[in-house]
Write a protein that binds this ligand. Structure first.
Ligand SMILES: Cc1cc2nc3c(=O)[nH]c(=O)nc-3n(C[C@H](O)[C@H](O)[C@H](O)COP(=O)(O)OP(=O)(O)OC[C@H]3O[C@@H](n4cnc5c(N)ncnc54)[C@H](O)[C@@H]3O)c2cc1C
Length: 391
């Protein structure tokens, strides 16, 4: 029996992958009904969707959100690059999707339940005891569960990580992030399926348009972290008024979009984990944000969590014994996910936003989001369900 702690993106994907590999799995999720919903919306990149496909779950998320087929850059003066493709246009499974995080989580959880994997809600992990014969998870309500192994997929504030690496906490990455939705931004139809990334003079800004005509947008602003009580109590209008002067000086659509946002606007601090965090004990292992949360600039957190799920399941399936399986998982994952933390941090780090000269699409292949989502032969082999995971 494998206990998966956390029924979010990483936990649900891991449950599906481990179940497919033949393990008995139960999911223990703290939230009483669904899962946490922080982060509003996200882009799911080709690599994440490809990973889900390996465990037969790509179909389960194909109905949530909408496809994103291109990306263009705009500078503070309003100069635009041509749109460059995201994923390979002809291949459905390499298409990016923009999804509300809660919808993605619900779709994955539905698939977990459809496959008959038990999910226990309201089960908040409080402590872990590892022994020779197994591992015991103790929950905040006093209940407990016993298994052979425990997978900590309990996100940024992971209680599993507190057991494995006491004292390691997420750190502020140097940007706070605004998320908003508005139906009134007046963007033309031509904006559909294209993510526009604006390198503004005081904020990085992204926007895209849903098929229903809603504009989804975010702004990343460098500076001291937003105060917790302000995040919890300031109304959307107060945040909007704080952001407007930071985008108003640029010759872009950002100010119009922000001004048109009345109600759906929230703010969060970008956090990341240091590299080198201890990921595993004798019977316990971390995946997803619990192991390697990165600041959001590369937009790869969810996709990396899905890759983790596939590679963990393959590692446990293919290794001689679980200790070797857990070690194999870490060997294959750590370099890639820590590269994501590093690349994201480079883009997030303090200082004025970098200047981009937008004259052609030539600069884009080095965009970190696209670089990390490339399905090269090595990554394909690692993710391919039928290819054994090398030692
Ligand atoms: C502002 C922001 C923007 C982002 N943008 C993108 C993007 O564009 N693309 C992208 O791919 N990623 C993005 N991400 C990252 C992405 O949201 C995360 O990487 C992803 O959600 C990680 O999934 P997870 O399952 O590891 O963690 P989570 O989604 O946080 O799930 C953890 C689950 O564990 C549960 N839990 C927590 N503690 C306990 C406990 N003690 N016991 C039991 N259960 C527990 C929670 O309720 C939750 O359901 C963004 C993140 C942020 C904050």
């Amino acid at each position: 029996m494998i206990l998966v702690i956390g029924g979010g993106i990483a936990g649900s994907a891991a449950a599906l992958a481990l179940h497919r590999a033949g393990f008995e799995v139960t999911v223990h999720e703290a939230h009483p009904v669904t899962g946490a919903d922080i982060g509003a919306f996200l882009t799911l990149a080709s690599n994440g969707i490809h990973a889900l496909d390996q465990i037969g779950a790509a179909e389960a998320v194909s109905g949530v959100g909408f496809p994103l087929t291109g990306m263009r850059a705009v500078d503070a003066g309003g100069a635009r690059s041509p749109s460059v493709p995201l994923g390979s246009p002809g291949r459905k499974l390499t298409r990016y999707r923009c999804v509300r995080r809660a919808d993605l989580g619900s779709a994955l959880q539905r698939e977990v339940r459809r496959r008959g994997i038990p999910v226990r809600h309201g089960a908040r992990l409080a402590a872990v005891a590892e022994g020779r014969r197994g591992v015991t998870a103790v929950f905040a309500d006093g209940s407990s569960a016993h298994g052979d192994y425990l997978v900590g997929a309990d996100g940024l504030g992971s209680a599993t990580r507190a057991h494995l690496a006491p004292g390691v906490r997420p750190q502020y990455a140097g940007q706070y992030v605004f998320y908003g939705y508005t139906a009134d931004a007046g963007l033309a139809d031509a904006e559909g399926e294209t993510l526009t990334m604006i390198r503004g003079s005081r904020a990085d800004f992204g926007h895209l348009r849903s098929p229903a005509g809603e504009t989804y947008w975010f702004a990343r602003v460098r500076g001291p972290a937003a105060a917790r009580d302000a995040i919890a109590t300031h109304p959307p209008r107060a945040w909007r008024d704080r952001l407007l002067p930071l985008v108003a000086g640029d010759r872009t659509r950002a100010a119009d979009i922000v001004a048109a946002t009345e109600r759906e606007l929230r703010v969060t601090n970008a956090l990341h984990l240091p590299r080198g965090v201890r990921w595993r004990g004798r019977r316990t292992v971390l995946i997803g944000d619990a192991a390697h949360a990165a600041s959001p600039a590369t937009g790869q957190g969810a996709s990396m969590a899905m890759e983790d799920a596939v590679i963990l399941a393959k590692a446990l399936r293919d290794a001689q014994g679980a200790p070797e399986g857990l070690a194999r998982y870490e060997r294959h994952r750590r370099p890639r996910v820590e590269r994501n933390i590093g690349m994201s941090h480079m883009r997030t780090a303090s200082g004025p936003p970098e200047r981009v000269v937008v004259s052609s699409a030539r600069g884009w292949p080095r965009s970190p989001q696209r670089a990390l989502s490339q399905l090269d032969d090595a990554l394909r082999r690692l993710l391919d369900w039928d290819t054994p995971l090398p030692a």
